[in-house]
Ligand binder design. Structure first.
Ligand code: NOJ
Length: 518
């Protein structure tokens, strides 16, 4: 008998004996094997995400019209931490080939970007198409595809032509549904032969809270005590705006299904912002409050989009302030169910009941947010590791719970993690060296990707993960001072330099793609 045969015999005898006598050991070792042998499905997407206003720059280049963020940042520079704007952003409009090269070096197989509405339709449906805008996106899409990177396109990520604000107050009017449909049609028509992954709108729940409830984002509408604005009504307008968004989404999905899908064979969904809401105690009241917090946040959009109705918690609390869907609209919503949902996720909160119990004033405590106070700590215990930004705590377990919650509530609908990432707040004393050595981002991403794997083992139907973000970029009210990129961007030269997290993500993708074939 040769050496090899003897070796195989010994191993077989050992494992046979172990099968009989080592059940505990077997159990744990097989569990370990399961843990270790997790593989992402072969069609899983690993990508990076971006948005037009935050990346493109090219402010009025080649026929682009003015949008709401152009006007807001120019009129009120003091509202942006560094008094800056997206006029130049990271100039992806001119540097997309270089950026695709960075994506290639990361090994991603998809790129999430959005269409600048005012670049394609400078005056919405009240003017003509800007064909230079169409050409730009065609070139971007072609360049991505030629390098094996699937375009994952968001039709609208916060920016819209200012003309639509001036004419009819944008999302407060049903007219906006018509404009959105007009944009959607043009995009499906011009790009749909190559784009197979569409989302309609980016996190309208969070956007509307900021634009129409607190009024910190344009069009700066709110009322006291929710915020300090010269116009608006925080108790009614957020729900009117969301109603129009939901119907605009449904109509765009229906358009895609009836006019384009058969030939183009793509899929379409919507993106919501999610946070995990952990009841602050085991009391029934706090548990119900955590459920209300979900109802007034992501379920606000997802329930109508998937089930054709608002969450019952919202109906009960808001009464007539919550618009109603007509019978025809309910039918339209049901017929236009999303193929998937896009999940943006960054953090978790503790939730305390303010409906039955007395509560301090704070975010979430009011009627319009469901009487569910959001807290980052319970006594001395924070919900996760705090970071430099008050709204972000590192709590991967919350991500796993969130994905399981969505899996159960929405019958395991396919999900893409359309955004997840870590922001570094740049202080006056922060050096570039420190920004490049971004150990916290690696810790954050690796924790959240582990949680994602756990959720997928639990059965969550997740199809892809997009890191926010490829590059440092214009982070809305924080300007360029809050940096989410895997690549550092120099504020003057716009030179892109890989951070440690870029090589970490490259290795992660490499290992996880390789593992599929092992
Ligand atoms: C979600 C938004 O979609 C994106 O625009 C933003 O930059 C990130 N969150 C980080 O705050």
């Amino acid at each position: 008998m040769g050496d090899l045969a003897i070796f195989v015999l010994i191993i077989s005898l050992q494992s046979l004996m172990c099968n009989v006598y080592c059940s505990c050991l077997n159990q744990s070792s097989s569990e370990n094997i399961l843990e270790d042998s997790f593989s992402f499905p072969s069609d899983f997407l690993f990508g990076t995400a971006s948005s037009a206003y935050q990346y493109e720059g090219a402010f009025l280049a080649e026929g682009k019209g003015l949008n709401n963020w152009d006007i807001f940042t120019h009129e009120y520079p003091g509202k942006i931490r560094d008094a800056n704007n997206g006029d130049m952003a990271v100039d992806q409009y001119h540097r997309f080939m270089e950026d695709i090269q960075l994506m290639t070096s990361l090994g991603v197989n998809s790129y999430r970007f959005s269409i600048s509405w005012s670049r394609v339709l400078p005056r919405g449906r009240f003017g003509s198409i800007n064909y230079s805008g169409i050409t730009y996106y065609n070139r971007l899409i072609d360049a991505l595809i030629s390098r094996g990177i699937k375009p994952f396109v968001t039709l609208n990520h916060l920016d819209y032509p200012q003309e639509l604000e001036n004419r009819f107050q944008s999302w407060l009017s049903p007219e906006m549904q018509k404009d959105f449909l007009y944009l959607a049609n043009i995009c499906f028509k011009h790009f749909g032969d190559r784009v197979k992954l569409w989302t309609t709108l980016n996190e309208p729940n969070n956007q509307i809270i900021l634009s129409h409830l607190r009024g910190t984002f344009p069009p700066s509408r709110c009322s006291l005590p929710y915020g300090n604005c010269s116009q608006g009504n925080s108790e009614t307008e957020p729900f009117i705006a969301a109603h129009n968004v939901i119907l605009a989404h449904a109509k765009a999905v229906q358009l895609y299904r009836t006019k384009y899908k058969e030939e183009q064979k793509g899929i379409i969904g919507i993106v919501v912002q999610t946070s995990w809401f952990e009841p602050i105690s085991d009391s029934i009241a706090d548990k119900a409050a955590a459920e209300r917090a979900q109802a007034f946040y992501s379920n606000w959009i997802l329930d109508p989009v998937i089930y054709g109705k608002y969450p019952k918690e919202m109906v009960n609390i808001l009464g007539s302030a919550l618009p109603r869907f007509s019978r025809k609209e309910v039918e339209c919503l049901k017929e236009s169910q999303s193929d998937f949902v896009g999940i943006n996720h960054y953090t978790s909160y503790f939730i305390q009941d303010c409906l039955l119990s007395s509560c301090n004033i704070g975010v979430g405590a009011s009627k319009v947010e469901g009487y569910a106070l959001k807290l980052d700590r319970k006594g001395n215990l924070t919900i996760g590791e705090p970071t430099d930004i008050n709204w972000q705590h590192i709590h991967p377990e919350g991500f796993r719970k969130m994905l399981n919650y969505l899996k159960d509530r929405y019958h395991n609908i396919p999900m893409f993690i359309t955004e997840n990432g870590f922001g570094d707040l740049q202080k006056p004393e922060t050096t570039v060296k420190e920004l490049l050595n971004d150990a916290k981002r690696i810790q954050y991403m690796s924790g959240y990707l582990d949680a994602l794997q756990s959720a997928m083992r639990d059965g969550a139907n997740v199809k892809g993960y997009f890191a926010w973000s490829l590059l440092d970029n214009f982070e809305w009210l924080y300007g360029y001072k809050l940096r989410f990129g895997l690549y550092h961007v120099d504020p003057v030269t716009l030179k892109r330099t890989p951070k440690r997290s870029a090589s970490w993500y490259r290795n992660y993708i490499g290992e996880n793609i390789r593992r599929r074939y092992d």
